[in-house]
Write a protein that binds this ligand. Structure first.
Ligand code: SF4
Ligand code: SF4
Length: 348
């Protein structure tokens, strides 16, 4: 099984080094992300109220996908502790945050996952589980689908292609078949069929290109998954690969790094800016530190220094905070735009 960059002691495991690489090609293609906004007559990015708290429950994962921007894997040991989870619960309760988005790694591998989900649901929060599907078929986790359905947790599941070879090339041998089994189990429980059990699938390109139209691809997924496997789902999100961590490694090894950065910069779409996820989401890492988004978290770019830096110090001042940007932000504004809720605009 492949290993994480961190486990290999690869220099790319260092976010400072990643940022240095990201700056190189964009310096020639555009002055900076902020300058590009200004050229289009747009103000600097600023957050609105925090509607979604996105928690990275740890870097531990049962998979080692080639494109992973978290550098997650079975060899990672970083896990959010119960103490930090309690700080998150206090924040959700006190500030009436409506949605908590659980990600990782495989968030379900956090030993406190089920306790935490129950507590969140008791508080009345909507809970999203960003699920890699194969964890639902792994020893020790096979009763998870029933648990998630019982708690009415929304599932957002990665399935980068409805073709086995493409999926396994990105996520590892056998992942596709295991994912199909998991999707069938979720369908049996009502996921993707009942409105209270939404099942969202996530597509991201296998190579260094932008995703196709979300609407058209959703129609193709629906047709293919239904006719080949009898699988139903609620909606499809297309997400652009971020040039971070292991996808950045792939770009560098294949010699496509500069070309990909230029693709992102050239495809800048001002219409995608209003829907950027950093405007209504706050990201929390496994230690409780705060970021404008998951990507900033991976690049170790915390929220503005004048803001609280840890979830235990959360305050309503975080709404209206200036957002910290970098060259990777072009990944969110290219074409139809991209974020954890899929495309953010029309590409036309
Ligand atoms: S992409 Fe998701 S499933 Fe794959 S290694 Fe990363 S966290 Fe795990
Ligand atoms: S990477 Fe995307 S979501 Fe994060 S701060 Fe930049 S534009 Fe916002």
């Amino acid at each position: 099984m492949p290993q994480s960059l961190a486990h290999r002691h690869d220099p790319l495991a260092n976010p400072v080094y990643q940022l240095e690489i990201l700056h190189r090609p964009t310096e020639h293609a555009a002055p900076s992300f902020d300058a590009r906004l200004e050229q289009c007559g747009l103000p600097p990015l600023q957050a609105g109220s925090v509607e979604i708290l996105q928690l990275n429950l740890g870097k531990l994962c049962n998979q080692v996908c080639h494109h992973c921007h978290v550098d997650a894997g079975p060899d990672r040991r970083e896990i959010m502790t119960r103490e930090t989870l309690e700080h998150c619960l206090e924040t959700v309760a006190r500030h009436k945050i409506s949605t908590v988005d659980l990600t990782g790694g495989a968030p379900e591998m956090n030993p406190d996952f089920r306790w935490f989900v129950r507590e969140l649901r008791t508080l009345g929060a909507n809970v999203i589980d960003r699920c890699n599907l194969t964890i639902l078929m792994a020893p020790g986790f096979m009763d998870l689908p029933e648990f998630l359905a019982g708690q009415q947790v929304a599932i957002v599941a990665s399935l980068p292609c409805y073709l086995e070879d493409n999926c396994d090339a990105q996520r590892g041998s056998g992942v596709f078949q295991s994912s199909i089994k998991a999707l069938r189990r979720l369908n049996e429980l009502g996921y993707g069929k009942c409105p209270e059990l939404p099942l969202t699938l996530v597509y991201n390109p296998v190579g260094p290109s932008l995703p196709p139209s979300q609407v058209k691809l959703e129609a193709a997924y629906r047709k293919e998954l239904q006719s080949r496997f009898g699988i139903e789902f609620t909606q499809l999100f297309t997400i652009t690969n971020m040039p971070i961590s292991r996808f950045l490694e792939d770009l560098l090894l294949s010699g496509h790094h500069e070309e990909y950065m230029h693709t992102l910069v050239d495809a800048f779409n001002p219409g995608a800016v209003a829907g950027l996820m950093c405007r209504n989401t706050l990201s929390v890492d496994w230690r409780g530190h705060l970021y404008d988004c998951d990507f900033n978290q991976m690049l170790d770019m915390p929220v503005d220094p004048c803001q609280p830096q840890h979830i235990r110090d959360f305050s309503s001042a975080l709404s209206q905070r200036p957002i910290v940007t970098g060259p990777h932000c072009f990944g969110c504004t290219a074409g139809a735009g991209s974020g954890c809720q899929g495309a953010t605009a029309s590409a036309d």
